[in-house]
Design a binder for this molecule. Sequence first.
Ligand SMILES: CC(C)(COP(=O)(O)OP(=O)(O)OC[C@H]1O[C@@H](n2cnc3c(N)ncnc32)[C@H](O)[C@@H]1OP(=O)(O)O)[C@@H](O)C(=O)NCCC(=O)NCCS
Length: 159
Amino acid sequence: MSEAEATIREARVEEREAVFRLLLLAEPSAGALRWSLKNLSDTTFVLEQGGRLAGAATVRFRRDPCEIVELAVAEGTQGHGLGRLLVARLVEEARARGKREIFVGTRSTSVGNIIFYQKCGFRVHDVRPDYFWYYDEPAYEHGLLVRDMIVFRHDLSEG
Ligand SMILES: CC(C)(COP(=O)(O)OP(=O)(O)OC[C@H]1O[C@@H](n2cnc3c(N)ncnc32)[C@H](O)[C@@H]1OP(=O)(O)O)[C@@H](O)C(=O)NCCC(=O)NCCS
């Protein structure tokens, strides 16, 4: 299936449960995800492919800094350009809303995501030490304790 068949739009209320399940790929703590949806983001986008929910993202547009809060592509459809497509749409939306920059954060241990965001035009900007203090149990990735968040920035004045 090609990226051309994918459509991206704001999520409908009745999709809330399916979107929540998908976003658990990005934020595995259900409690933290619920809190984040209530307090950190204000807009949810879904990506559909062949009539199926294949991606979702939450963004904070109404308050600065503008930030992609969660982003996930369904496991069976990862690695086919959908994540890049979704990020490109969020970047376009932020520009259309007059934002000059957009941020996104990921675990310092998530090397794939670190590559992914740079491929999507973001550059390393900052570190939030101990951001993941709220995990109920210690989480490990590549044998490293998940602790810090790397923050990326996309300069929207650039093409
Ligand atoms: C991170 C995620 C959104 C990427 O989406 P995707 O559809 O798999 O990524 P794409 O296919 O659009 O990849 C775009 C580019 O990034 C690269 N990339 C993506 N994931 C990568 C990885 N794990 N390692 C190395 N490169 C990666 C791709 O190779 C591609 O590069 P190319 O265009 O030069 O070939 C997806 O893997 C995901 O949902 N992961 C689980 C949830 C998550 O971790 N979300 C982010 C939390 S901050």
